[in-house]
Design a protein around this ligand. Sequence first.
Ligand SMILES: CNc1nc2c(CCNCC3CCCCC3)c3nc(N)[nH]c(=O)c3cc2[nH]1
Length: 375
Amino acid sequence: MTTPIRFELIKTCRQTGARLGILHTPHGSFETPMFMPVGTLATVKTLSPEELKEMGAGVILSNTYHLWLRPGHDIVAEAGGLHAFMNWDRGILTDSGGFQVFSLSEFRRIEEEGVYFRNHLNGDKLFLSPEKAVEIQNALGADIIMAFDECPPYPATYEYMKQSIERTSRWAERCLKAHRRPNEQGLFGIVQGGEYEELRRQSARDLVSLDFPGYAVGGLSVGEPKEVMNRVLEFTTPLLPADKPRYLMGVGSPDSLIDGAIRGIDMFDCVLPTRIGRNGTVMTSEGRVVIKNAQYARDFSPLDPHCDCYTCRNYTRAYIRHLIKCDETFGIRLTSYHNVYFLIKLMEQVRQAIREDRLADFREEFFERYGFNKP
Ligand SMILES: CNc1nc2c(CCNCC3CCCCC3)c3nc(N)[nH]c(=O)c3cc2[nH]1
């Protein structure tokens, strides 16, 4: 079987163990560690494919659950798949929908066969199974698709977590059997197990034995302290094959991206840049700026003095504050553009630091300037 997804390991940072790699996909090859902007409803909110390309986005995310409900995976398939539908000819990854069921739908029942829940838009009863989640993703046509998993709430008891990961491993096997396009779409397994090392080991063992072309670390960025996430990564990533890509789901903030790369993660996704951008919060090299604050009313400097993005080269804090205060759509386009650009450029700096074997030094410099080390 010709696997459509291949990870090429270029080098490992001598200071930290972080990896510099290339993710080869049917829609191009992209350097890792990489940040993947999220396009839930087949658009990275307010940004065009041309803008995403000019800022260097390679792989973007979309989602089984949302597109199943609207417009329907059949319509996307008739359009020729997600790439044609949204006019994006680089990489696409779709999440399997499990997480969205748990985060969007209040009523739900998990059974061996799948999850029963209600449509968060109209309350209709719905059912999603490993087979259904793979069928939808096969129809959507992303380059990377995700196994249907349970992302347990945090915290969860050891007993609950053990039952859950064993069912998630059985579901992973069902996803492999249901996958109809293995030569065009790489199916990634998702390791679960919460903060329990023994369960992370069991979950990784089960999934590695199924020989997926890539692996995600799931069940994190669900409210646990950062130290817990870092500890879980420290004992989980070494369990995954070094020659396969590792994707940390739902992460994240600038400090978590750097700390995840240091612990061997190659791929990240997070709604943060566009979500906080919509309420006027921007990430800058000197920390977060809440542009609505009165202090920026007469501030004619760029959002970030060290940023060379379209927003920072052409507009001032005072102007963007004015647009956001007046609910002008152009305002959230400018903040969203800057925030996505900021994380994509941050990963470029991380990759350069790995090339120069100085990612630990870069972490110190970045944390100091961003204000993460402030007591
Ligand atoms: C925010 N924190 C977090 N996200 C997680 C996610 C979602 C990752 N982001 C996907 C996008 C979300 C918006 C729509 C488009 C897809 C997780 N997904 C799965 N399948 N399993 C997790 O354990 C899992 C765990 C996660 N933790």
